[in-house]
Design a protein around this ligand. Structure first.
Ligand SMILES: Cc1cc2nc3c(=O)[nH]c(=O)nc-3n(C[C@H](O)[C@H](O)[C@H](O)COP(=O)(O)O)c2cc1C
Length: 164
């Protein structure tokens, strides 16, 4: 089974989860970038302000043939209850992805996953197999690891032998 993990991360939390998933699933790992939301207070304010307005930014997506993949996992932080804007741009521009597509989000605990999934559905009219939101602030490391394990089991991906 060929799996791709593609994500946007501004401060690194989603990157960490993406790396963990890619390791567990023996997946190709790649990143969406956007120069608009820098790692300074102004970048933070801009992210919040643009997110509320739904102002989709230009993004850079590596050249990929998504059709090669059985499963594509798309990851984003939650911004103002929705997927971070670069991932909203990604879905607004994307055609079909892999044979199946699933979502993972990171947040700080005050956003239901359904609002984020509904926003992806609005932008991208294809089937979403599953979605998970990891609370980076309130969940323990063990709880987060268990949630990810449960997610990979639900996705039906056999981890490569020797993964722990
Ligand atoms: C502009 C902005 C808005 C955010 N809004 C929410 C929110 O509505 N709910 C939530 O739980 N976390 C919210 N967060 C927190 C992020 O989702 C959380 O810190 C995330 O793990 C960051 O991921 P990253 O390190 O990959 O960028 C927000 C963060 C930013 C920068």
């Amino acid at each position: 089974m060929k799996t791709l993990v593609i994500y946007y991360s501004r401060t690194g939390a989603t990157r960490g989860v993406a790396e963990e998933l890619a390791h567990r699933l023996d997946a190709v790992l790649t990143e969406i970038t956007s120069p608009r939301f820098r790692l300074n207070p102004f970048g933070y304010l801009r992210a919040g302000f643009d997110s509320v307005r739904g102002k989709l930014p230009p993004i850079v997506v590596p050249e990929l043939d998504f059709a090669l993949y059985d499963l594509v996992l798309v990851g984003a932080p939650i911004w103002t209850s929705y997927p971070a804007l670069p991932v909203r741009s990604f879905f607004a521009e994307a055609g079909t992805l892999g044979r199946e597509t699933a979502l993972f989000f990171t947040c700080e605990g005050h956003s239901p996953v359904q609002a984020a999934v509904d926003e992806v559905r609005r932008l991208w009219p294809h089937t979403i197999k599953d979605a998970i939101s990891i609370n980076m602030k309130e969940e323990s490391e063990v709880a987060r690891a268990n949630a990810l394990l449960d997610f990979t089991v639900r996705l039906g991906v056999e981890p490569p032998a020797g993964t722990d």
